[in-house]
Ligand binder design. Structure first.
Ligand code: CAA
Length: 276
């Protein structure tokens, strides 16, 4: 693939959007390659994914404005669907996905981060939905996910004003889970860059997730995602079924036996998803 790379560290997969010359903007090819990258993840081995952008400056600076500039109404709708299909694949991917946001996360960049389960950003991150300044609406889920993630009022303010916000404000309004700063020594010199510190924090969180029972983690993601789409009476039934499913797993037997034996040294015995 030309614009997307994939690497594995232990049981964590790292997908990187790598089109630095255009600040990792999403054109059709990048969207296709992202879709292929997710399709290629070995779901029996990988327990958590990290999605990031190449370089220090930009996570993703949005959908490709050059490509969009000549679209007709029907083509615009089709382009929106193309992005939405990929982002929905990420959102419903069985394994948790952490967005490690380095720099600009504008338009489609903010939107792709919101399709991930968790957002961690570096202190130079900038979030925003600048679309109305370009004469369009957010088109890859921004009107829906921002309103659900922060609040309808805050989403409306950010979208109507097209105002970009810095990392600390994104953290304050709950758009990001964690803000990571570059490390400095006593002289104030940078010893670990913002990007390296961000990736270390994302990997630490991903490995923490990967150490837990994978079927239980997947069932938690499904319970939260599916439950949020329905009323509470239906939502708790979704939870009950996924909770019940766990009692067919070796992880549940091993995890509870370890507790009852008071053997703190024993690691949870985790089984591949396909053995469920
Ligand atoms: N699409 C295409 N190319 C882009 C791009 C985008 N979204 N964002 C940046 N680039 C390109 C620039 O055209 C430039 O290319 P050239 O070197 O060939 O001229 C290169 O990336 C570097 O960008 P700048 O020179 O502009 O860098 P800067 O540091 O001066 O500014 C920036 C950075 C503030 C992010 C600025 O590039 C910018 O405002 N980008 C557009 C951001 C935006 O509006 N995103 C939303 C797009 S619409 C959308 O995403 C719709 C949707 O919901 C689906």
């Amino acid at each position: 693939m030309e614009f997307v790379t994939y690497e594995v560290q232990d049981r964590v997969g790292i997908i990187t959007i790598s089109r630095e010359k255009a600040l990792n903007a999403l054109n059709s090819q990048v969207l296709d390659e992202l879709s292929q990258a997710f399709d290629g993840v070995d779901q029996n081995e990988i327990r958590c994914l990290i999605l990031t952008g190449a370089g220090e400056k930009s996570f993703v600076a949005g959908a490709d404005i050059g490509e969009m500039s000549t679209l007709t109404k029907a083509e615009g709708e089709a382009f929106g669907k193309k992005g939405n299909d990929v982002f929905r694949k990420i959102e419903t991917f069985p394994i948790p996905v952490i967005a490690a946001v380095n720099g600009f996360a504008l338009g489609g960049g903010c939107e792709i981060s919101m399709s991930c389960d968790i957002r961690i950003c570096s202190e130079n991150a900038v979030f925003g939905q600048p679309e109305v300044g370009l004469g369009i609406t957010p088109g890859f889920g921004g009107t829906q996910r921002l309103a659900r993630l922060v609040s309808p009022g805050m989403a409306k303010q950010l979208i109507y004003t097209a105002r970009n916000i810095k990392a600390d404000e994104a953290y304050r309004i709950g758009l990001v889970n964690q803000l990571v700063k570059a490390e400095t020594n006593e002289a104030g010199e940078v010893t670990v860059s913002a990007k390296d510190a961000l990736m270390a924090a994302a990997l630490k969180m991903a490995k923490c997730i990967a150490a837990n029972a994978p079927i239980a983690v997947r069932n938690c993601k499904k319970a939260i995602n599916d439950g949020l789409q329905v009323d509470m009476d239906k939502a708790i039934v979704i939870e009950e079924k996924l909770f019940g499913d766990c009692f067919e797993t070796e992880d549940q037997k091993a995890g509870m036996a370890n507790f009852l034996e008071k053997d703190k040294e024993k690691k949870l015995k985790v089984v591949p998803f396909k053995n469920k």
